[in-house]
Design a protein around this ligand. Structure first.
Ligand code: GBH
Length: 468
């Protein structure tokens, strides 16, 4: 980049060919839930269940992106985006989960990919961002069954065979913990003095069977990687996009750094660790006891199928840790009551996680290519009298993250791209439309898009290939 050579910030740049991306997911933006042969997903069912979503919101219309995708892609281009991570809605491709594919569903993603390519935007496709075909929930109990894992691999292979001539990066599944633990068990989070239960579709409470659901999900990812590889040309890459639990050393000495690394390995035992090591950790199996997953011959080999890259969603430090003489060799310290957070109460601030998370992915598992598949924050965005949206907190959050991410790349951690969550405000799951994460503001009554000040920030950073 010519501009960078004279820039005083040139030593703070991201590596060459770094992808400056934005991310979205199908159910959160597409709408058009009954069009062109789309089948129902568990999110249609869940969102239409009274009391599940704030204000009774649903994704029926969402951002109407299904009809507005061409303008949305142009808007991305205008804010300097060079890569777009979107997700494919499984029930558009296989309305019944399995069986005969629906050509009209695939045609939408054909158009979407072509629009990106003509705008000079590199497409990154996620195959599963939580919208499981309802038919598979009904037939198999969703991820409670290995049959869903097999169905996922068939679907993944089919999509890769159709889009793989143009899409060079496929993410299998987004955030295992979210769709498994929050979907099949629900979790409790601290909100001030009290705990609040949060869950995602299908909103089940399976008890100790959760270990098996987790196992089926990582099995699905391994089977999918194999299915994708079987149909794509050389050079097409695939891997997961997981919400890593990164333990951050609170004091940066070698002992603290080692303790944090041990903690990160254990905190991801159910997902990243087993996928990247092909084995459950001893501590995980011990904790599970009799409830542990039923592991069939060959499962761990499938689960450990090598991936081309590791995608990680990084929003906050999972915990801060210090060393401990007792097994497992680390101690998680509580967040001080005054620890600052972004708008969402779960969203504790700690931008240094953007350095530690990818560094740990490399040091623990030897990853050769890493993507930050999501990072971003909700904010109290409003249109000010001059018609603009001044999201100063989102810019502060993003800049600090990018500064720490650049430090990682400068030390040789192979991060090849960053995707802001999200391109535009959208259906924020249980929070409905009330929690805005976009670089672009959306007026959901008129579908008008207004780039926020953070979109200008993103554009400037992408142009400089550096945090600005
Ligand atoms: C992402 O998950 C999703 O991939 C995306 O679809 C969503 O719109 C976006 O975040 C914004 O929420 O265990 O205390 O962290 C973000 C990570 C993980 C955040 C689970 C909420 C639950 C509370 N999410 N977490 S906590």
């Amino acid at each position: 980049m010519a501009q960078s050579q004279s820039s005083p910030r040139s030593s703070h740049q991201m590596p060459d060919a770094f992808h400056w991306g934005v991310a979205t997911s199908s159910y959160q933006i597409e709408g058009a839930v009954n069009e062109d042969g789309r089948g129902a997903s568990i999110w249609d069912t869940y969102a239409h269940t009274i009391g599940k979503i704030k204000n009774g919101d649903t994704g029926d219309v969402a951002d109407d992106h299904y009809h507005r995708y061409a303008d949305d892609v142009k808007l991305m281009q205008s804010i300097g985006v060079t890569a777009y991570r979107f997700s494919v809605a499984w029930p558009r491709i296989f309305p019944n989960g399995t069986g005969t594919p629906n050509p009209q569903g695939l045609a939408f993603y054909d158009r979407l990919v072509d629009a990106q390519l003509s705008a000079g935007i590199e497409p990154f496709a996620t195959l599963y961002h939580w919208d499981l075909p309802q038919a598979l929930q009904d037939r198999y109990g969703g991820w409670q069954s290995r049959d869903t894992a097999k169905a996922f691999a068939e679907y993944a292979g089919y999509v890769a065979s159709k889009l793989g001539d143009r899409v060079k990066h496929f993410f299998t599944m987004n955030e295992f913990y979210s769709f498994v633990d929050m979907g099949y068990q629900g979790i409790e989070i601290d909100v001030g003095a009290q705990k609040v239960r949060v869950e995602l579709a299908p909103g089940l409470h399976v008890g100790p069977a959760i270990y098996q659901v987790r196992h089926n999900a990582v099995l699905a990812q391994g089977l999918a990687i194999q299915a994708i590889r079987a149909v794509v040309k050389a050079g097409t890459k695939c891997g997961p996009a997981d919400n890593i639990n990164s333990a951050v050393p609170v004091v940066n000495t070698p002992e603290n750094i080692a303790a944090a690394q041990r903690a990160t390995r254990e905190l991801n035992a159910a997902y990243l660790t087993v996928m990247l090591e092909g084995a459950y950790t001893d501590a995980y199996l011990e904790a599970a006891g009799q409830d542990g997953p039923k592991v069939l011959d060959g499962d761990l080999k499938v689960i450990g199928t090598p991936v081309d890259f590791v995608g990680i969603n990084v929003y906050r430090p999972s915990v801060y840790v210090i060393p401990s003489a007792d097994a497992p060799g680390f101690k998680a310290i509580p967040f001080n009551a005054s620890h600052p957070h972004m708008l969402s109460s779960w969203h504790l601030l700690g931008p240094e996680v953007m350095y530690w998370a990818p560094r740990q992915v490399r040091s623990l598992w030897g990853a050769k290519e890493i993507y930050i598949t999501e990072s971003g924050c909700g904010a109290s965005d409003v249109i000010s009298p001059d018609g603009r949206v001044y999201d100063s907190d989102r810019i502060m959050y993003t800049r600090n993250n990018l500064v720490w991410l650049q430090r990682a790349t400068a030390e040789g951690v192979p991060v090849a791209g960053y995707f802001q969550w999200s391109f535009m405000d959208n259906f924020e799951w249980g929070d409905g439309y009330g929690n805005r994460f976009g670089l672009v503001y959306v007026d959901f009554s008129s579908q008008k898009r207004i780039p926020k000040l953070s979109a200008s920030y993103f554009k400037a950073a992408a142009a400089a290939n550096a945090p600005v």
